[in-house]
Design a protein around this ligand. Structure first.
Ligand code: SAM
Length: 443
C-alpha cells in the first residue's frame, strides 16, 4: 500500500531542506535526513524551490516588513511562495504537467499554517505566515510585476552568475540560463560488459519506455521513470549518467593493458565507463573518502571490480604518498569545478557558489593539472574535463596547459559543450561540460 504523506509534513521537511541549503549545505546532503515516506515529495518540492529561489526571496522581501524572525520561518515562507507560483511558469514543450503537483491556493496556505505547528521555531509565527500568504494571494499581480523588474528574479540566478554568462556567451546567455528551469532528462549508459545497446534498447521497448540513442553508449529516456522500473537496472545492465559525461570514453584511444589514472574519480561514472570499454589497469583516486566508497559500490554493482582496479584516497595535487613511481598511459583529470554546467540537475549549486569560487577553483585545477602532467608517460594521453560552462575553468585552462607544458600537443576534442536549448525544446540532451585532450611528446 502506498501511503501519501501529509502535505503539511512535506512542506515542513522541504523548508528544513531549503533552510540547510541557505546555510551552505548541498541539497543532496540536506535531504539525507528526510523521513523515507516523505522523501520523493520533499525532493520534488525542494528541487523546485531551488529552481525558483530568487523569485520566492524577492516576493518574501515584499511581504515581510523586516527580516524573517528565524531561518526556518524564512524557508517555510519561501517553499509556500514557490508552490503558489507554479501555475505562472512555462512548461517544456510536449509536457502536460509540471514535475511537481499543483495544489489549490487555499490548500497551500492551510497546510503551511498546519506545518508551523510542527516546530517551536515556527509555531509562534503562524499569524505572520498566514498574513504574508494571504497578502500574496490578494496582491499577487502587483507583487509579481514589482519583483519581475530584477534580472535575478527573471532568471533565478545570482546576479554575478548572470553577468558572467552574459559576458562569456553574448548571443546565447539567456537560453543557457533558462536551461536550469527544468530537470534534465534521465540518461543511461549501457554496460557493454553485460549487454549491447541494441539489445538493451529492445528491452526498454518491451517495457514501453520510449527513448533515443545518443553517442556510442547513451540512451536518453523521453520521460523519466523510477530506476527500479528500468529492466536490468538492478542487475547492472546500465547506470545513470548524463549523455555529455559519456563522451569521455569515446575520446580516449583506450587499449587493453593500458595503465590509466582517473585522478578525480568519485562517484565513479567515468571510471566505470572506461572499465566497460577496455581491459585496463585502473588507478582511481579521490580526496573524499566517503565519495571514494561510492566508486567501489558502483563498480561492484556493475560487475567491474577486479584486481586490475586500485582505489585510493589521495590528493591529485601531489604525488605523495599515493604514486608508485610508474607512469600512466592515460590520465583523466575530471577536476573539481563550480559545476556550473549541471545546474539543472543540481539547482542548489546556483545558490551555494559564490563569485570568488570561480578563481579559487580555477587555481586548484591548475595545481592538479601541473602535478598530473608529471605522472603521464611520454606519448600518453591527458584528458582534462569539467562540468562547468565558465570559460575560466574550460577554454582558459586548456590554454594554460598548452602554454605551461612545452611537450603538450592539443588533439581534437569537443571543447566547450553547452547545454543549449534548441527550437522549442527546453530540455537539452546533455549537460554542460568542457573537454580538452592532449598528448605528451616522446622525447
Ligand atoms: C567532477 S567530480 C568527479 C566526477 C567523476 N569523475 C565521475 O565521472 O563520476 C570531482 C571529484 O574530484 C574530487 N576532488 C576534489 N579535489 C580533489 C583533489 N585535490 N584530489 C583528488 N580528488 C579531488 C571530488 O571529491 C570529486 O569527487
Amino acid at each position: 500500500m502506498v501511503i501519501t504523506p501529509k502535505l503539511s509534513d512535506v512542506l515542513f521537511q522541504s523548508a528544513q531542506a531549503v533552510r540547510q541549503v541557505l546555510a551552505g549545505q548541498s541539497l543532496t546532503e540536506a535531504l539525507e535526513s528526510t523521513p523515507k515516506e516523505q522523501k520523493a515529495a520533499v525532493q520534488s518540492i525542494s528541487f523546485y524551490c531551488m529552481r525558483h529561489l530568487a523569485t520566492a526571496q524577492a516576493l518574501s522581501q515584499q511581504l515581510l516588513s523586516k527580516k524573517a524572525p528565524n531561518p526556518l520561518v524564512n524557508a517555510l515562507l519561501l517553499v509556500s511562495l514557490c508552490l503558489l507560483t507554479v501555475a505562472r511558469r512555462p512548461m517544456p514543450e510536449g509536457e502536460l504537467v509540471h514535475s511537481i503537483p499543483q495544489y489549490q491556493d487555499f490548500t497551500i496556505v492551510d497546510q503551511t499554517i498546519k506545518a508551523t505547528q510542527l516546530h517551536k521555531k515556527t509555531a509562534a509565527f503562524k499569524g505572520l505566515l498566514n498574513a504574508c500568504l494571504r497578502r500574496y494571494l490578494r496582491e499577487q499581480e502587483t507583487l509579481w510585476a514589482t519583483v519581475q523588474q530584477s534580472e535575478e528574479v527573471q532568471f533565478n540566478y545570482p546576479q554575478w552568475w548572470i553577468n558572467l554568462i552574459r559576458k562569456s556567451y553574448p548571443t546565447k546567455w539567456e537560453s543557457l540560463l533558462k536551461v536550469a528551469d527544468f530537470p534534465g532528462p534521465l540518461s543511461l549508459r549501457v554496460n557493454r560488459r553485460k549487454t549491447s545497446r541494441e539489445s538493451f534498447s529492445q528491452q526498454l521497448n518491451a517495457a514501453n519506455i520510449s527513448h533515443q540513442l545518443y553517442g556510442e553508449d547513451a540512451i536518453i529516456l523521453d520521460k523519466a521513470v523510477p530506476v527500479q522500473q528500468i529492466p536490468g537496472f538492478e542487475q547492472g545492465l546500465c547506470a545513470v549518467q548524463d549523455a555529455g559525461a559519456q563522451l569521455t570514453a569515446s575520446l580516449l584511444p583506450l587499449r587493453d593493458g593500458m595503465r590509466v589514472l582517473d585522478a578525480c574519480a568519485a562517484p565513479g561514472g567515468k571510471t566505470a565507463h572506461l572499465l566497460e570499454r577496455a581491459d585496463i589497469q585502473m588507478t582511481a583516486i579521490d580526496i573524499e573518502p566517503k565519495r571514494l566508497a561510492r566508486v567501489a559500490e558502483n563498480l561492484h554493482h556493475l560487475g567491474l571490480f577486479s584486481d586490475k582496479v586500485r582505489l585510493l584516497q589521495a590528493d591529485a595535487a601531489t604525488t605523495q604518498p599515493w604514486w608508485d613511481g610508474e607512469l600512466f598511459d592515460v590520465v583523466m583529470a575530471d577536476v573539481p569545478c563550480t559545476a556550473s554546467g549541471i545546474v539543472r540537475r543540481h539547482p542548489d549549486i546556483k545558490w551555494l557558489r559564490q563569485e570568488k569560487d570561480v578563481a579559487k577553483t580555477a587555481a586548484l585545477q591548475r595545481m592538479i593539472v601541473k602535478n598530473l602532467w608529471s605522472v603521464l608517460k611520454p606519448g600518453g594521453y591527458f584528458l582534462y574535463i569539467t562540468c562547468s560552462i565558465f570559460p575560466q575553468e574550460g577554454i582558459e585552462q586548456a590554454a594554460f596547459i598548452q602554454q605551461t607544458f612545452s611537450d603538450a600537443t592539443m588533439l581534437a576534442a569537443p571543447g566547450q559543450l553547452l547545454p543549449e536549448i534548441t527550437t522549442g525544446n527546453l530540455r537539452p540532451l546533455h549537460d554542460g561540460f568542457f573537454y580538452a585532450l592532449f598528448q605528451k611528446a616522446v622525447v
